[in-house]
Design a protein around this ligand. Sequence first.
Ligand code: NAP
Length: 433
Amino acid sequence: MRHVAVIGSGPAGYYSAEALQKLFGDEVRVDVIDRMPVPYGLIRFGVAPDHQSIKAVSRRYEKVALSDNVRFCGNVLVGRDVSVPELLSLYDAVILATGAPNDRPIGIPGDDLPGVIGSAAFVGWYNGHPEFADLDPPLDVAAAAVIGNGNVALDVARILSKTPHEFVGSDIVAHAFGALANSAIRTIHLLGRRGPHQIAMTPKELGELGHLEDAVPRTDLADFPPEMDDALLEPGQRKSVTHLREFSGTTPDKGKTILFDFFAKPVRIEGDGRVERLIVERTALDDKGAAVGTGETYEVPCGMIVSCIGYKTPPIEGVPYEEDRGRFANSEGVIGNGLYAVGWARRGPSGTIGTNRPDGYEVAEKIAADLSGGGGRKQGRTGLDRLLESRGVDLVTFRDWQKIEAAEAARAREGAPREKFIAIEEMLGARGR
Ligand code: NAP
């Protein structure tokens, strides 16, 4: 028998468990450990609440979770309740699938003013992450600036633009639904430090902006290279740029406007006790495609700034870490003897949910090769249970999660978003022990 611990129950964690199961069949026992009492990480707390079709991938992970040789161990924080060296002594292999839930700081003067928010916090707030329930973003202002030209920036701009009606069928949490319904924001500036050809947005997500009930996206054709240059782009990017070009011809005849500002590098945030404006420097591209400041600055009046410039994996004591890349130091997923990394903890925060699947299969193969001489002398889950019990840890099982999920479903009201539990105590209470 091989005993494997997977830390993190998001996509990378469950794809790894699935791969181990496929490779080893009944000869493996996998414990998927998560600090939250609820599974699926990014799917529950990161993917936008109005993207239910993407969230539906959790049904695939559920199949893995319900199999006999995989178990969910929720409400267990590695580094507090159990250490990585302890897990290595209990399991033949330990896989870090902890994702990248921390914000990369924008690091410009004024970024500590109230009203400057990182995307992890903002996305966590509208998705019911217990750590960000009290964020209370200042939505009483006329304009917001969203920094970054990736899909997270698009998610944030779209969520700020939607009407309550457009959230029906979503699982946005009640506090965010109510606050957004009363939002005074009418202008959303989407700032990219490079140009339309350098965006990191995907066409489907960009296309959605063109169909909002009460918001219009706007671009300025002066920011674009000659149209014939679009032919040089790969097809997906070309489609995205086509959407951006279409947005130059829109009429701002709805309640809200999403203004794309390209070649705009944030240099300073100003305000008297709270954000009032963002100072931006115009850029140009150098011959390597990097944004270089031109020295010309202008100001973007805004009362809230959401910085969507990428994420970091939280370090774990004793595990080698690459500060500049915000991920664990690893060589093709191997950190050290018996210790592996997958997903964003391995590669950094890039790619779609499906990009994590090959990582899981690759790491399973590596574990098979590393354990070819045997394995199976470790205690695995029996040892973990003993240790957690001695420390008074309240372990949450998958069956518990099913009760929590059923209790959440029972709270659903017709014509309103589904209501998730936010506080950890509420989740623990809903499992009814
Ligand atoms: P991302 O795709 O890496 O985009 C980050 C953006 O921030 C880039 O436009 C980058 O510009 C910009 N940026 C970085 N540092 C900056 C700075 N100091 N000042 C100004 N701008 C800065 O990251 P993400 O949007 O966080 O998304 C993470 C991953 O999740 C991506 O792979 C994304 O596609 C995926 N995702 C997918 C979906 C979906 O499929 N629906 C939804 C959300 C997220 P440069 O290019 O100039 O560096």
